[in-house]
Structure formats: structure tokens, C-alpha cells
Design a protein around this ligand. Structure first.
Ligand SMILES: Cc1cc2nc3c(=O)[nH]c(=O)nc-3n(C[C@H](O)[C@H](O)[C@H](O)COP(=O)(O)O)c2cc1C
Ligand SMILES: Nc1ncnc2c1ncn2[C@@H]1O[C@H](COP(=O)(O)OP(=O)(O)O)[C@@H](O)[C@H]1O
Length: 205
């Protein structure tokens, strides 16, 4: 991996060492320097460090309606936060895809993947924060209280050439999230008092 850092120093690019290092170690993949630089060209090292240092980050809010594409087009439903909650998150939380833990109305805490941003594939005009929990619910969750703990960063948001490519990328995010959340350090956060679990709590009323 050291040759990547050699390249970084040589060209003195304004890029993010830490985020790149984390991406590389998270995915354990041979992501090329060229690809990384393309994805992160507007993010500075300072911004990246700020973002990573604030994790885990907690947020909560009512689940509201989005465009209804998650279930119908992607087969991956995402619970959306209202705009006030989106705006209340620190600006240093960069747009992109994250993983973490989530619960609904003090129910069980599930693994989740999270998208923060403008969904470039759809060119949304409003920023959204959308959580897909890795759990099958037999009901909808609109109006209920969603609590999330953002644990780690996976990748930047991207546009894709096709819907299938977007779905494939999200499915890969889910697999990475599952693996990262199994680490003892990350698993501990499932028990955070923030989630205020109710042993008799159920998400489906
Ligand atoms: C893990 C994850 C990764 C995502 N990555 C992207 C992405 O790279 N680009 C994009 O345009 N949208 C991305 N999205 C957002 C989806 O496009 C969005 O959830 C979908 O359009 C449903 O939106 P809706 O809830 O408003 O219906 C991602 C969503 C999730 C859950
Ligand atoms: N595993 C899940 N994760 C998140 N939301 C889910 C899940 N299963 C069902 N839902 C429900 O589906 C809704 C999201 O579906 P989606 O088609 O993306 O609609 P919307 O665009 O209104 O958010 C959530 O608000 C929630 O009520």
C-alpha cells in the first residue's frame, strides 16, 4: 500500500489520507489510487478527519415519506428523516454511504446502512438522510421514532449507468456493513443506552 502514499506526496493533492486509508481497510480491496482521487476530489484532509473523529454519531426523528422509490424501484426500502433532522446534523458529516445501528420506537436494534446526500442517480434537489435496516418488517414504519447510531463510513454517493448498477452497489454496501458491525468494538454500540430498548417493544403496532 505504501506506493499509494508515495504517489500522494509526490503530486501534493488535496485529498484525504485517513478516509482513503479507512476505505481501503474497510473493503480490503485493491481500490486504485486513480479511482479514489476521482471519488474524493473535493474533500480535504481536514474535512475527512473531522468527519471520522465525530463517529459514532447519534440522531433521531420521525420517519416520513420520501419518493417511494426504495421499495418499488430498488427493492430496498429506506426510512427517511424529516428536513429539520437532516439540517440539524453537523455539516462536517460528509455526504456518502455509512453503516451503523438503528431502532424504531424502542424496539430491537438492527444493523443498518445509511445514505446521506442528494442521491446523484436521481438528482434530488433536497438533501436526504435515509436508513435501510437489515431486517424484514411486516408493516410500514411511518410516523414512528427512528434512532440511529452512525458507526462508520463506506463510500461517497455516486451516479450510476443503470438502476441495476445502483442496486448492486447498495447490496455490496449491505454486505460490508454486516461484516464491519460484527467487530467487538462496533457490536458494543448496539447496546448503547441511547436506544432505550423496551423488552416488550415492537415496531409493528
Ligand atoms: C446503502 C445505500 C447506498 C446508496 N447509495 C446511493 C448512491 O451511491 N447514489 C444514489 O444516487 N443514491 C444512493 N442511495 C439512495 C437511493 O437512491 C435512495 O434510497 C432511493 O432513491 C430511495 O429513495 P426514497 O426513500 O426517497 O424513495 C443509497 C441508499 C442506500 C440505502
Ligand atoms: N428494512 C426497512 N428499512 C427501512 N424502512 C423500511 C424497512 N422495511 C419497511 N420499511 C418501510 O418502508 C418505508 C420506505 O420505503 P420507500 O419505498 O423507500 O418509501 P419512502 O420513499 O416513502 O421512504 C419506510 O419508511 C418504512 O416505513
Amino acid at each position: 500500500m505504501s506506493h499509494y502514499f508515495a504517489a500522494l506526496n509526490k503530486f501534493s493533492c488535496n485529498v484525504i489520507y485517513t478516509q482513503w486509508k479507512q476505505t481501503i481497510s474497510n473493503h480490503n480491496s485493491a481500490k486504485t489510487w486513480k479511482t479514489f482521487k476521482r471519488d474524493h476530489k473535493t474533500t480535504s484532509k481536514r474535512q475527512s478527519n473531522q468527519m471520522l473523529n465525530q463517529l459514532p454519531l447519534y440522531a433521531s426523528g420521525e420517519i416520513v415519506r420520501g419518493f417511494g422509490r426504495g421499495s418499488k424501484e430498488l427493492g430496498i426500502p429506506t426510512a427517511n428523516f424529516p428536513l429539520e433532522v437532516v439540517k440539524s446534523l453537523p455539516e462536517s458529516l460528509l455526504t456518502g454511504v455509512y453503516y451503523g445501528w438503528a431502532n424504531v420506537d424502542s424496539g430491537p436494534v438492527h444493523k443498518m446502512v445509511l445514505s446521506v446526500g442528494w442521491n446523484p442517480f436521481y438528482n434530488n434537489t433536497e438533501k436526504s438522510v435515509e436508513t435501510h435496516m437489515l431486517h424484514e418488517f411486516n408493516c410500514d414504519l411511518y410516523g414512528q421514532l427512528l434512532k440511529i447510531c452512525i458507526v462508520g463510513y463506506l463510500r461517497p454517493e455516486k451516479s450510476f449507468d443503470s438502476l441495476e448498477a445502483l442496486i448492486t452497489a447498495i447490496k455490496a454496501d449491505i454486505e460490508h456493513a454486516k461484516a464491519h458491525l460484527e467487530s467487538p468494538e462496533n457490536k458494543k454500540l448496539q447496546e448503547a443506552t441511547f436506544f432505550a430498548k423496551n423488552p416488550n417493544g415492537s415496531e409493528c403496532k
